[in-house]
Design a protein around this ligand. Structure first.
Ligand SMILES: [Zn+2]
Length: 69
């Protein structure tokens, strides 16, 4: 087994929880800190913003969020 080492949180250095989701053949990865609630996202190895991540997930699920409620 060659699991990658857990990354430390940039804010509090606790271990980040990694959640990987495959979206359209790309790895969308969420790093979540249970201690200070910091979350960062990567898509195919690149940092992306949360809004962009949700857009990818939403498109993959075939749902579109309406701008107005
Ligand atoms: Zn943290």
């Amino acid at each position: 087994m060659a699991l990658p080492a857990a990354q430390p949180c940039p804010s509090c250095t606790s271990e980040l929880v990694t959640l990987k989701i495959n979206v359209d053949g790309n790895d969308l990865v969420m790093f979540s800190c249970q201690t200070c609630d910091t979350r960062t996202w990567e898509l195919a190895g690149h940092d992306i913003k949360l809004e962009a991540a949700l857009e990818h997930v939403g498109a993959h699920a075939g749902r579109r969020r309406r701008a107005s409620v």
